[in-house]
Design a protein around this ligand. Sequence first.
Ligand SMILES: NC(=O)c1ccc[n+]([C@@H]2O[C@H](COP(=O)([O-])OP(=O)(O)OC[C@H]3O[C@@H](n4cnc5c(N)ncnc54)[C@H](O)[C@@H]3O)[C@@H](O)[C@H]2O)c1
Length: 413
Amino acid sequence: MSQIKDPSLAEKGKMSYEWARDHMKILTNTIERLKKSRPLQGLRLGICLHITKETSVLIMGARQLGADVSACAANPLSTQDDIAAFLAESGVHIYAWEGQTLEEYDWCIEQMLNHKPHILTDDGSDSHSKVHGNSKFSSLKILGGTEETTTGVIRLKALEKQKKLKYPVIAVNDAYTKHMFDNRYGTGQSTIDGYLRSMNLLFAGKRVVIAGYGWVGRGVTARCNGLGAKVYVTEIDPVRALEAHMDGYEVLPMDEAAKIGDIFITATGQTGVIRKEHIIKMKNGVVLGNVGHFDVEVDAKYLLNESKSVREVRPNLDECLLNNGKRVYLIGKGRIANLVAAEGHPPEVMAQSFSNQLLSMIYLAKNHKRIGKKVITVPPEIDKQIAIDALKAMDVRIDKPTAAQIKYSQSWA
Ligand SMILES: NC(=O)c1ccc[n+]([C@@H]2O[C@H](COP(=O)([O-])OP(=O)(O)OC[C@H]3O[C@@H](n4cnc5c(N)ncnc54)[C@H](O)[C@@H]3O)[C@@H](O)[C@H]2O)c1
């Protein structure tokens, strides 16, 4: 059972899957290593992730390890329809297409949950949230869950704090080998990709304002700087603001940055970062977009509903004519620009994130009773194993400490 846009795209999707698979050595080596023991045999896996070519490699890998997979998208605009068609043809129960309404998005999550997953993997926690908030799903026997991104982990920790969490969750985002690479290098590159595909303007010489100097913000900042932009950073955390200042960027409040910037990129995970009061101060022709998980960072509602006119001048780029006569351009309706306007992270990065996902699912299958109803980080031995696998896949060798060095590092004297 599946619901997708166009089954005839399956062949194209298969090629795209193969391209990603061939560039995801860390993940495919892990699958090869575990294939014989089939550690997910007999388990139903529920996936609520962006349905991209990289995610298809994770899904097909989990099936090779024995899982029966049902899947839906983690965002109404992030599905690659050819991949959805390929997965449906391969026997995955998939409910996803690009350009869903919010009602359709919600319906797809419910269809995925109707397959009664034992393990639930999410990106942003919309499916975890539904399991906890909707009585229709209160009888599900979920052994454990995983969560891919910062925003989702924050939501799950709030549930844990209120003692409402129903099953153990591994915060995959919090593994070093996830956030230090995926959030920084993956989003760093794919954000530029999304902005370029939608606006195709020069970064060099532009004043680019980046809101948030966290893992994502630092990655995006470094890439914009590398392209020759003049980079400005806004923050609310004094330590992160200090770091941005010491890294050589101009740090200032959004109220001031609004008047200066040519291009704006939000990466905070917070709501209301660029508001109407900022937008009306902006220069004519500015480009706004967001790469935080939810579409709450830029006031897209104001831009799309209260402008004099709105027209899509290029794919994923809306021109909003404000009442003050200025034109403001919005990428992907304020949704996660690197996925809506581009294809998300490159496969090499997702190989690392999804190895964390796969090993966390297996860990949950074995250890869910012992963990209890808690949000835990990826066990350090998994994090370390992935770093070892990643170095091997990239053909990078490192030194081993000598006996004298081990002794020296263990000595108090
Ligand atoms: N686009 C992607 O592919 C992708 C990938 C990974 C994470 N994410 C999402 O990106 C967001 C950020 O993730 P992260 O890992 O960098 O989180 P993080 O916690 O490391 O960084 C967020 C930063 O934003 C700052 N911030 C919060 N509110 C702010 C405000 N009003 N103005 C300015 N700065 C503010 C925080 O102080 C913090 O430094 C989350 O929503 C996460 O889920 C997106």
